[in-house]
Design a protein around this ligand. Structure first.
Ligand SMILES: [Zn+2]
Length: 288
């Protein structure tokens, strides 16, 4: 009896070495701020899956359009070191077994530039309001953490505003000679009152007037992908509203820390801010 179970154990151990899991990494040499889609096929049903990059865990999602496909979008942080590293994979299957593996990727430098910003005294005073910064950071951070296992999108994202890009993602900002945070999104300058569109369909997870970030809208698109719109003049949506890609969610303003009317547009992938320009223009969002 004992020998029989020992043999069964050995066979299942051998089977783990050939788990019939195939991993397709969309881009193995991403730049800081890139989003990387990962597609997984498995002959066994995965009950939960995690992909780890630089100690940050990303959840794996079931693609309902196919019985054997799982997808995840990985955010390569703008703070991550440009170097060769590993993506670590951990899968649990419904039969109780597990499988772990890792694959190499190389993160390339985005060569983020410095940017000097001169704020007028009134706006500079707001920029030094650490209590508001902390409270708003907590509120926005909580909304970015929203992860829903269903997604509200099937196609590419939309650029939310017609206008000139006035500041790119990742710039090292220096406010009135004081070093600040690096830029977490893209600024698009346009006339006050110009309409801002939802980059993708989803549910509003924040619509509030904030002192530092200005009037802010955040939309949850599912699978850990959340978009943010700051410095609005008018807020046209409220919390829990369902929006469709292209819906007008507000108008351009200069509320909060702003030197003029513009939209700060950001996209976050499971709480990692990614470059909205590459995200939106990317035609390589997988066909679901
Ligand atoms: Zn900005």
């Amino acid at each position: 009896m004992k020998l029989k179970w020992l043999l069964v154990g050995m066979i299942s151990t051998l089977a783990w070495g050939h788990p019939l899991v195939s991993i397709d990494i969309q881009n193995k040499t991403p730049i800081q701020g890139d989003a990387v889609w990962i597609k997984i096929k498995s002959s066994k049903v995965i009950s939960s899956g995690t992909i780890t990059l630089n100690k940050k865990n990303f959840t794996l999602f079931k693609n309902n359009n196919s019985a054997s496909d799982y997808l995840s979008c990985i955010g390569v942080s703008r703070f991550s070191k440009a170097k060769k590293t590993k993506l670590r994979f951990s899968f649990s299957f419904t039969d109780g077994s597990q499988y772990k593996t890792s694959l190499p990727i190389t993160i390339r430098s985005a060569n983020f530039k410095k940017e000097h910003i001169t704020l007028k005294p009134k706006k500079y005073k707001i920029s030094q309001d650490n209590t508001s910064k902390k409270n708003e950071g907590r509120l926005i951070g909580k909304a970015f953490k929203t992860i829903t296992r269903s997604k509200a999108f099937n196609d590419a994202f939309l650029w939310p505003l017609d206008g000139r890009i006035s500041s790119t993602f990742g710039k090292q900002r220096i406010y009135n000679n004081t070093p600040g945070w690096s830029h977490s999104g893209t600024d698009i300058a346009a006339k006050e009152g110009a309409p801002i569109k939802a980059t993708q369909s989803g549910t509003v997870v924040l619509s509030e007037s904030l002192r530092v970030h200005g009037n802010t809208v955040m939309i949850n698109h599912g699978w850990g992908i959340v978009s943010v719109y700051n410095h609005l003049h008018q807020l046209n949506v409220k919390m829990n509203d369902k929006v469709t890609k292209g819906d007008m969610i507000g108008t351009v303003g200069s509320t909060g820390i702003a030197t003029g009317p513009h939209l700060h547009f950001g996209i976050s992938v499971q709480s990692v801010r990614v470059n909205p320009e590459t995200w939106v223009n990317k035609t390589s969002i997988p066909h679901f």
